[in-house]
Design a protein around this ligand. Structure first.
Ligand code: NAD
Length: 431
């Protein structure tokens, strides 16, 4: 395929690896939080967020005050997103079921779907207080039935959480809210501190520090997946509107200098026109600095000879947001295998999924889409299996289990199986 695609623009550094410097810095933060608890969290909050606070937990009075700072229309906007996200995730829950079936006479096998007991939902807020983010992490946990939902977001200059974000956290269903950001928030929720009891699973997106911290605490707690700086790949043909393509690339580029905006096109003219339009449109953005830095460093433009080539290169990217702006977007859905969320046609921009429509915007980056989708209600559910055999069922299975044990040399296992043998039943279990 290499001859059939051409890079009109390549990223400065093509690596999707997190820098070793970030890895080391995060390791130090987590080690300190684990050993010194609150004291370390206070210190890192002062160092990285520039604020000296003596209490992380947000009180009911502060939550109420945040609501009072918002207009009725602003609250309605946030409520609308939360309602849409709840409706979509309730529908998801309907499709996850336990079961119990008699697979052999006297042998019942099944599974139960059980929520994790506690979840720590991280809400990013260092650059922009992302107001739709609480819905994305907290609502699915609530729909799953998680008993204790903790949420953290970085403090503002006065130590508080931005009012719209705080209102959304509360409305989405958080039980405990803390103003802690980045790796120290992940460490506090993973290991627990004097003021933040630890949780079983940590979810939610963030910058490289937050994401690397999740990677490092995995094992001690569960995590959803790695959801770092935003990515978009727009797949176009000759029918795409270059102005819209540019607008939608910039919408993800403004997130973070480390974001990845990618354009793959089967039409060179569209690709070139979109690049020109992006340059022009960036000038009028209030977030121009970040968007331009991101595009210059990480933007890529690929021209592919054929639609099949374009699909292949698109699947290789395993991108977070995949936006398809071709003649008949539905015609290629089955060929697209690696993405976090898919946006079909020019009327379905990524911003709809990010902010309002109801699907989840917490999505895999860094090629994690090769093996995982985004946050779903299932992120907060465990599938627990069980089995029950009658005396007769056990007697049928026992010889087969014992034979496997003999092959392995697991003698105690063998005896455990044979203890269930009943001579008067001949085994018809097994292959
Ligand atoms: P953030 O809230 O994760 O990080 C802010 C924290 O970073 C600060 O509180 C600070 O503690 C820490 N920090 C900053 N500089 C540091 C340093 N030098 N050393 C150690 N810690 C440091 O995130 P943000 O900065 O607001 O960015 C939000 C990110 O979330 C963006 O990259 C955006 O693209 C991404 N995002 C991803 C998804 C997804 O689903 N993948 C969804 C939404 C947002």
């Amino acid at each position: 395929m290499s001859d059939s695609i051409e890079y009109l623009k390549e990223a400065g550094s093509a690596s999707i690896e997190i820098d070793q410097e970030v890895t080391d810095a995060v390791h130090d933060i987590l080690t300190e939080v684990k050993s010194s608890g609150d004291e370390a969290v206070f210190e890192f909050t002062e160092r990285f967020d520039g604020v000296d606070i003596d209490e992380f937990r947000i009180s009911d009075e502060e939550i109420e005050a945040a609501g009072e700072e918002l207009t009725a229309a602003e609250k309605e906007t946030i409520d609308n997103t939360i309602d849409n996200v709840r409706a979509f995730h309730e529908e998801q829950r309907e499709h996850i079921e336990g079961f119990e079936t008699e697979f052999e006479e006297g042998v019942r096998l099944g599974q139960r779907i059980v929520p994790v007991e506690s979840a720590g939902t991280y809400v990013p807020g260092g650059r922009h207080p992302l107001v739709a983010a609480p819905a994305m992490s907290i609502v699915p946990a609530e729909v799953a039935g998680v008993d204790r939902i903790v949420t953290c977001a970085p403090p503002q200059d006065d130590g508080s959480i931005q009012p719209a974000q705080l209102y959304a956290m509360d409305r989405a269903g958080a039980d405990e809210i803390y103003s802690i950001g980045g790796a120290q928030a992940i460490g506090a929720m993973a290991y627990g501190t004097e003021s933040v009891p630890g949780v079983a699973k940590i979810t939610g997106p963030g910058n490289v520090f937050t994401t690397e911290a999740k990677r490092q605490v995995f094992g001690h707690v569960g995590i959803d997946f790695l959801a770092g700086p935003s990515e978009v790949l727009i797949l176009t043909d000759e029918t795409a509107d270059p102005e819209l393509v540019a607008t939608d690339l910039l919408a993800q580029a403004e997130h973070d200098p480390n974001s990845r905006p990618i354009l793959v096109s089967t039409d060179r003219d569209v690709a070139e026109a979109a690049v020109d339009a992006l340059d022009e449109q960036a000038s009028s953005l209030r977030t121009e600095d970040v968007a331009r830095e991101c595009w210059d460093e990480n933007g890529e433009v690929v021209v592919a000879d054929t639609r099949d080539d374009a699909i292949e290169v698109t699947n290789d990217y395993a991108i977070e947001h995949l936006q398809v702006m071709i003649d008949d977007p539905r015609s290629i859905v089955d060929d697209l295998t690696n993405y976090g969320s898919l946006f079909l046609g020019e009327h379905s921009p990524v911003v709809f999924g990010d902010k309002a429509v109801g699907t989840n915007h917490s999505l895999p980056t860094l090629e994690v889409a090769r093996y995982s989708g985004g946050i779903t209600v299932g992120t907060y559910l465990k599938t627990l299996t069980h089995q029950e055999a009658t005396e007769e069922g056990a007697a049928r299975i026992a010889p087969w289990a014992a034979e496997i044990c003999k092959l392995e040399g697991t003698h105690a296992h063998q005896l455990s199986a044979e203890a269930r043998l009943r001579e008067d039943i001949s085994s018809d279990y097994g292959p």
